[in-house]
Design a protein around this ligand. Structure first.
Ligand code: NAD
Length: 376
């Protein structure tokens, strides 16, 4: 395949804008993948049509996602729609034989995600979930260190992600707080980012106990009020299949935290620590250092990691959020070229949805639950 024809669904939103940029941009940095051309943009917002036409010259602007899914001239359906549409749209696209790249969370339930992963396999198409944060090359460095055995067996994981968009109780209602449009709230929205780090760096989760909180039960909407019907914040403890244990928290109500994302991974020989405030830097501790000389050292990811080197020749020049999405688009294109889905495909998305299911069940029933057992 010399060119991948892409439809971006939800094109006028934040992710739609970023994905459209990433399709146009990755060939500048990654020459070894086939080029992609955005041939259709789908939006529910007619006011956005003139802007969209300028963003992807020559692309058709559609208002019904089914027109893109049914178009034989489109190879890849790129889903940047609100969460509740991920499953029906991905299913329709897979049934039509398209490759599918879907923003997170893959689906509202693990059962839905399982059926999408099975369908993608049966159709022999590429699947990909937009868990882009771990694709920052600094986390490839972390994974290399873990896989080389330098920190030994992982015993403890601590991870968090917080924002404050709903910290102020007077912040207006939006679809993200509506349980009909985003059934798992902060768990599917932000928890899945932490879960993606867990899947990438530590391994599958076997059991957990969680508490979900609606911190502000209603928010202003127009001249009235709307009920918040999904969680604002979550605390959880978990066990991984490899025996490690984890402590995780995430929220949209951490006043003052504009974007906080951290993890700490403790092993039997060393440890790693990451803070998004230093987006390309890892803190590494090893018992291999001489007694009296031990301490955390800062490792700045550099061009020795291939996806960093594709952008920049020196460490500490920094890649940010948009570059991880460019890497993601490149990896989707490369997967279509090679016929091999790359991490995180829909099987990974399914495990992350299993964790989400388990969090929702555990919080509702106030008990430890088995992650695989939470899926009906
Ligand atoms: N991976 C990440 O870091 C990340 C970051 C933000 C959002 N997301 C995910 O991306 C998805 C979109 O989030 P966003 O922040 O871009 O939302 P958004 O509200 O900015 O955009 C949603 C878009 O979908 C369109 N839309 C809604 N219903 C539609 C329909 N029926 N048909 C066609 N278009 C429709 C809207 O017009 C809008 O353009 C969500 O699932 C979210 O969880 C992922």
């Amino acid at each position: 395949m010399t060119e991948i024809r892409v439809a971006v669904l939800g094109a006028s939103g934040w992710m739609g804008k970023v994905h459209t940029m990433a399709w146009a941009t990755y060939p500048h940095f990654f020459a070894q993948a086939p080029r992609a051309r955005v041939t259709a943009l789908v939006t529910a917002n007619p006011a956005a049509v003139p802007d969209l036409a300028a963003r992807a010259p020559g692309a058709r602007v559609l208002t019904d996602w089914q027109d893109a899914v049914n178009d034989p001239e489109i190879d890849l359906i790129d889903i940047c729609l609100p969460d509740h549409l991920h499953f029906p749209v991905a299913k329709a696209a897979l049934l039509a034989g398209k490759h599918v790249y879907c923003e997170k969370p893959l689906a509202d339930t693990a059962a839905e995600a399982r059926s999408l992963a099975d369908l993608a396999r049966a159709k022999g198409v590429i699947s990909r979930v937009g868990h882009a944060f771990p694709r920052n090359p600094v986390h490839d460095l972390a994974r290399d260190i873990i896989q080389s055995g330098e920190i030994g067996d992982i015993r403890l994981f601590k991870g968090c992600q917080h924002i404050d968009v709903f910290g102020d109780p007077s912040a207006p209602f939006m679809w993200r707080a509506d349980g009909a449009l985003a059934p798992t709230g902060i768990v599917g929205d932000t928890g899945t980012h932490v879960f993606s780090f867990m899947a990438f760096l530590v391994g599958p989760v076997s059991s957990l106990i969680a508490e979900n909180m609606i911190v502000t039960p209603r928010r202003p909407q127009g001249t009235g009020w709307a009920e918040v019907t999904n969680p604002d914040a979550t605390h959880l403890l978990c066990r991984f299949k490899n025996g490690a244990s984890g402590v995780v928290d995430f929220s949209r109500v951490a006043t003052g935290r504009k974007f906080r994302q951290t993890y700490e991974i403790y092993g039997t020989k060393g440890s790693l620590s990451y803070d998004y405030d230093q987006v390309n830097r890892l803190q590494f501790y090893t018992n291999a250092d001489a007694e009296g000389r031990r301490g955390y050292r800062a490792l700045d990811v550099g061009p020795e990691q291939a996806t960093y080197g594709a952008f920049l020749p020196l460490p500490n020049l920094s890649l940010g959020y948009n570059e991880t999405k460019i890497i993601e688009a490149y990896e989707v294109a490369r997967a279509i070229q090679t016929g091999q889905s790359a991490w995180p495909d829909f099987d990974v998305g399914h495990h992350i949805c299993q964790i989400v299911d388990a969090v929702m069940l555990s919080a509702a029933e106030r008990r430890w639950v088995d992650v695989a057992g939470a899926e009906p």
